[in-house]
Design a protein around this ligand. Structure first.
Ligand code: 2RA
Length: 293
């Protein structure tokens, strides 16, 4: 019998992108699509392209008739026992006993795609980043607002993404900290950040500073990035314009700190709707189809 993959939440931006992404998988399986309120039949894999409240309600109800649920929301990312997966980094976290798998936050994805290739060579003492996050990350409503003349977001930077918490951080900033620790399997990783929405339609960027445990070897770092799947070090400047529609996480402007040889600075840009969302989901589905269903 043909394997079945269902997309739940087909009407949202991630649902639509997911449909296009799943068509890239060259394996025999059938894609079925559902609105967020539709009855879901038995499936091999369900991909929840839904917001947190819908994922929270839906995921437990699918247990009896769906072998694996891939959740694109942030609802289960920090739940113990639920792997938070970027296949290039921690595919090993998926087993036959992990029926629920979470796909990470887009900004976190850009950060850890740049850190993971360096992990075999260095210990990270401290990581600082400032994000320049595209409008498309805020969903269709924000994108429509952005396209309306006089939008607050046009030619602007808004240092508030997600919800503002009592401690003064935003939910987006804490995702950068806690999700990075889980994906990289470094429970005490120190990540300090600001997350900022900028008037750019698509592709998130990050300015990153990392303090390593020893002097940086810039050539070794560039080689490590270029050997890692879907990471590319660019000798010239690369911007969100060039990253849009691409699968790679692009890195440029690597340099050593002028005073501390253990510190590096660099810039990252990547398509937040692809590697930051639908492409990562598609890679998880492909892994499940190849090895587990
Ligand atoms: C944003 N990281 O860019 C979020 C998307 N979920 O708003």
């Amino acid at each position: 019998m043909k394997k079945t993959v269902g997309i739940i939440g087909i009407n949202g931006m991630v649902g639509q992108k997911m449909k296009a992404e799943l068509q890239k998988i060259k394996l025999p399986f059938e894609v079925k699509t559902f609105g967020r309120n539709d009855e879901v039949p038995a499936l091999d894999i369900a991909v929840l392209c839904t917001d947190n409240p819908v994922s929270r309600k839906l995921a437990p109800t699918l247990k009896d008739r769906v072998k694996f649920v891939v959740d694109m929301s942030s609802e289960f990312r920090m739940t113990p026992g639920v792997p938070l997966v970027i296949p290039e980094i921690n595919a090993h976290a998926i087993t036959k006993d992990t029926p629920l798998i979470a796909s990470p936050n887009c900004t976190t994805t850009g950060l850890v795609m740049s850190l993971a290739p360096l992990k075999p060579f260095y210990r990270f003492e401290e990581v600082f980043f400032c994000s320049y996050q595209a409008i498309s990350g805020g969903g269709k409503k924000l994108l429509d607002d952005f396209h309306t003349p006089g939008s607050y977001y046009a030619e602007n930077c808004v240092p508030l993404i997600g919800s503002l918490l009592e401690n003064g951080h935003t939910s987006e900033e804490l995702k950068g900290l806690y999700e990075s620790r889980k994906i990289l399997e470094i429970p005490d990783l120190k990540v300090y950040c600001h997350t900022v929405r900028v008037g750019v339609e698509n592709s998130h960027s990050l300015g990153i500073t990392v303090k390593l445990d020893k002097p940086a070897d810039l050539e070794q770092i560039k080689r490590a990035w270029n050997h890692f799947p879907h990471v590319k070090y660019m000798p010239s400047v690369v911007t969100p314009k060039e990253a849009s529609g691409q699968e790679d996480t692009f890195i440029c402007r690597l340099r050593q700190d002028v005073e501390d040889k253990n510190i590096i600075h660099y810039f990252v840009t990547f398509d937040n709707l692809l590697k930051g969302a639908a492409m990562n989901g598609r890679q998880i589905v492909q892994l499940l189809l190849e090895h587990f269903v």
